[in-house]
Design a binder for this molecule. Sequence first.
Ligand SMILES: *Cc1c(COP(=O)(O)O)cnc(C)c1O
Length: 450
Amino acid sequence: MQYYSLGKQSPHVNFKTAAITGQAPDKGLYFPIDIPKFTAAQIERFKTLDKASLAFEVMKPYVGGTIDDDSLQEICAETINFDFPLVTITSSISSLELFHGPTLAFKDVGARFMSRCLGYFSQQEKAASKLLGSNISSPITTVLVATSGDTGGAVANGFLGVEGVNVIILYPKGKVSLIQELQLTTCGQNITALEVDGSFDDCQAIVKDAFMDGELNQQYNLTSANSINVARWLPQQLYYFFAWQQWVKLYQDEQGNYPAMNIVVPSGNFGNICAGMMAKASGLPMGHFVAACNANDVVTRYLATEKYAIHQAIATVSNAMDVGNPSNFVRIMEILQNNFTHLTQALTSYSINDATTKSTIARVYKTNNYTLDPHGAVAFAAAEIYLSKNNFAKAVILETAHPVKFPEVVEEAIGEKIAIPASVQFLLDKQKVSIPLAANYAAFKQWMLQ
Ligand SMILES: *Cc1c(COP(=O)(O)O)cnc(C)c1O
């Protein structure tokens, strides 16, 4: 499998190069030359495969021989070694819970897969240079990542201890929750946390400048660990296969029929929903896609007006979706042949405000005894609108984070404390280690070059 740049000005590369470099030299996003097509017989078999084998079969064509089968099998099994339960909330809405990984948000899967791929490639390079009699063991890659909360923890956890890869995380001081901060500042080893005296936008601006800085790029092989990177983006397809396996179990009748699995995805950078659309394009039988957005409604507006107007990110209570210029939307357009009519047939989008998000958390808790996090609540509210216009339909919402990651909003809405899950309890005894940094590029560069 080769990948081309959506910028169309760079040479094709294989999965390994795409994963190591992140973005193409022309700054375009990488996209597979052809989307693998699973046969009906394969899809039928997928119904009963165990998760790890299914993950291997889905990812294998994308990895395109750059990782041997045994290693890829091991990478896949490790990546998804936790649950992805489909939980019924109402008679028409189920929740695919993607927060049972180590950092309690869906980004764990992408981060775990990408880190293991880079670890594999690093070992491969090391072995190759040994053969040539060289002892160079410099890291193949430095992962640079700005986070508003969730990405940092998932990347820190995913890359911890991966040989040959160093990770530098920039996060805004005082603007992430307690659990989030502990997740990204207590790892040590190859993970460094920079506590930036500024906003998430400042962190992101520093990272962007770093990628453009020739001097810095001479010293470091910099790469990003956000959904621009194919190794983080593509494994997100697996959620949809796992949802579908459970959907079929739940609803398939004796004739083999089951209701369409419509999917509602809380969307910011549109990486997750775009991965779902890839899964559908490769043959997974899925229904309609709904992009649930907060006040950051570039795509919602585009679908309504055919005008694509990016803007500054607006702060909301579902802050992991506060994105004013969603980077993966170009990939969605590529799947749909850059055709606006195809887009409107494949995708619907609703924008949900903070008041509705909070009242949805309160109402669903009271009525259905289910605790949504703010992102899941945006999806739930969007699902209700979609279903009200499509009688008899059913939908799956993706619950992308555990509510405990957003305690202020959720506890106020439900009027109760949320128990901290045992799996993150241990963090509370750990000591935060971070390096304070002024919110400007010069300070960052000086620190990097020192
Ligand atoms: C990152 C994130 C999202 C948005 O996902 P995209 O792939 O950027 O659209 C939604 N919810 C949570 C909890 C997240 O961390």
